[in-house]
Design a protein around this ligand. Structure first.
Ligand code: 5GP
Ligand code: MG
Ligand code: MG
Length: 183
């Protein structure tokens, strides 16, 4: 669905599907150049990064492998709990591999800083991060994110994989959720 299909649920459209696709194509060019001659393992963080992974990975012209991790830090609320729990671990061994974590959004940064440490401890050769969205004003810990799509204001957003209580992931655009929906 598009934002126009659910006008009452949304207070503002931040990014259209077209803007997102254009940005992912740009980021893919950077990644291709940076990883020339290297094998990349893309690790998507479920479930929010599903759309980013699908659209980003298809821009890459060479072989990659894809793996997924599910961690929880949010539940059905709109605030980070700071507690990261593994719900689904990687299927593959990343020892000696060049890992690129694919994320939907960096909010507090807590999930990502935990993941970076976790992957480093498994002996990955390198670990970098690609995030479609980042909220600079919400960050509680400094995380080094090499590829960022868009910096956005500190509002709760939905769409393009991002949910509120498991809804809105199929919204094609990224939009600010109207406060009346969750308050
Ligand atoms: P963190 O606060 O640890 O950086 O964010 C952890 C996860 O919470 C993100 O990967 C994302 O799945 C979810 N999250 C953070 N901010 C938002 C937001 O504005 N909207 C939605 N739907 N999820 C968010
Ligand atoms: Mg995420
Ligand atoms: Mg969520």
């Amino acid at each position: 669905m598009r934002a126009a299909d659910i006008p009452d649920d949304i207070s503002e459209v931040l990014l259209t599907e077209e803007q997102i696709h254009e940005k992912l194509a740009e980021l893919a060019q950077l990644v291709v150049a940076d990883y020339a001659g290297k094998e990349v393992v893309l690790v998507g963080v479920l479930k929010g990064a599903v759309m980013v992974m699908a659209d980003f990975a298809r821009h890459l012209p060479r072989h990659i492998t894809m793996d997924w991790m599910a961690v929880s830090s949010y539940g059905a609320s709109t605030r980070s709990s700071g507690v990261v729990q593994i719900r689904k671990d990687l299927d593959t061994d990343i020892t000696g591999k060049h890992v690129l974590i694919v994320e939907d959004i960096i909010d507090s940064g807590l999930t990502l800083s935990w993941l970076l440490e976790n992957f480093a401890s498994r002996g990955a050769e390198s670990v970098e991060v690609l995030a479609l969205l980042r909220k600079p004003d919400a960050m509680k810990v400094e995380v080094d994110c090499r590829y960022v799509g868009f910096d956005i204001p500190n509002d709760f957003v939905i769409g393009y994989g991002l949910d509120y209580a498991e809804k809105y992931r199929n919204l094609r655009d990224v939009a600010v959720l109207a406060p009346h929906v969750y308050s």
